[in-house]
Design a binder for this molecule. Structure first.
Ligand code: ZN
Length: 130
């Protein structure tokens, strides 16, 4: 692997992954929006329906826990899938330890040192030697 091949792959992950990540975040916001519309339509969120008792503090705490159980898993799973699949299809693996070196902030570290940030093996010539 050469330095320019690595830079090309890192840019490919960045420029393909960021629009996909943005779309996934937008879809998650639409999902959360519809959840809150559904909750308001069923008088779970907002003013209580006529004849219902006024909620107390424990109801609010229980409601927050339930909402986070509904919202957080799909958000986390979709973000993890987005990052994982982008790296799997467009990223590069270290030939020595087989871990993705184009993940998150790894390209800057790899370009600076020329080495895998996990196993410290040399990936290409031209980095600053540590
Ligand atoms: Zn490695």
């Amino acid at each position: 692997m050469t330095r320019s091949e690595f830079e090309t792959a890192a840019n490919r992950v960045k420029w393909i992954g960021m629009p996909i990540l943005s779309c996934v975040l937008l879809l998650n916001l639409v999902y959360i929006h519809f959840i809150f519309i559904w909750l308001q339509a069923h008088h779970i969120l907002g003013p209580p329906a006529p004849g219902q008792p006024k909620p107390d503090g424990w109801d609010g705490l229980r409601f927050g826990a339930e909402i986070s159980l509904i919202v957080c898993p799909p958000l986390g799973i979709s973000l993890w899938l987005c990052c994982s699949l982008t790296n799997r299809f467009f990223g590069l693996r270290c030939p020595h330890c087989q871990r993705y070196v184009t993940l998150r902030c790894m390209p800057e570290i790899v370009l600076e040192s020329g080495r895998c940030p996990f196993c410290k093996e040399k990936l290409f010539e031209g980095g600053d030697e540590i």
